[in-house]
Design a protein around this ligand. Sequence first.
Ligand code: NAL
Length: 327
Amino acid sequence: MDAYDLITRNASEVVTEDEVRALADDSEGKRAYVGYEPSGVLHIGHMLTANKLIDLQAAGFKVVVLLADVHAYLNGKGTFEEIRQTAERMKEQFIAYGLDESQTEFVLGSEFQLDESYVLDLHALELETTLSRAERAMAEIKSGDSVTVAQAVYPIMQALDIVYLDVDLAIGGMEQRKVHMLARDTLPSINEDAPTCLHTPLIADLGSGIGKMSSSKGVTISMEDSTEDIEDKVNGAFCPPTADPEPTDDGEERENPVLQIFEYHVFPRFERVVVERPDQYGGNLEYDDYESLEADLESGELHPADAKGALADYLDELIAPGREKIQ
Ligand code: NAL
């Protein structure tokens, strides 16, 4: 796979393609970052962006992980003390998950976000940003029902962090795209470059296939799950024999989360996927790529129950090293 294909595989969008091509042509020593609010334990959403960081490390990028303690505080995730402790645990879980420690720089937001020059630049950006724009940028990130002033400062700080961390490529899930667009539009007003961005897909709710999987509602998978928890959750997942399920009777879009997890979590980390089946049901099935597994599910060759059994096993293998860190 060439560098551009490795950088962009499984991405929902890149902004812009030309900018990413230029980075791919000369990726040695380039810096990519992703930021996470430290809260709870690592879950499958964190793991999806982490898979992209692993791809970028393979493509020669230096990876910066921002443990965004001040952002978590501004988004109402707890006291500073609690958030800092969570950040330390998350760092260990990321390394257990497979981020190469020697190629990854972990930074706490509060290490630089309280400096005088940062705060003055922040106020300069606040002058350039309307409240409604900040509020829109936060629509898919904010916790709670009302929008606080703290939550309006949040996306402006995120934009400024891209400058202060000296990043060439900003990574985030699709829920971060409006913050990144705000950064692209406003940073030039303080004489900074618009950042190049790559956004990873969001996985549908495991139980229903409707909407987006979220740690605050519905069923998600995290490093806290036991082997049995994973089996139960995956066995209860929505998995019709198609990658493109019909909308519900109410017109809500649905996706197949079992296939999505194979595509975005399993195939990027395992060269070959084996679905174990007793000989009387045709014996094991082996796949070298996601597309052939999807085709077999659609044709009926692979039964959803067998696909779920294999998915639970592979997810358990991905989670096991981090689970041990939590005990
Ligand atoms: C991600 C977050 C917070 C601050 C950042 C600064 C720079 C780059 C990425 C950042 C967290 C993210 C979340 N908004 O929703 O978890």
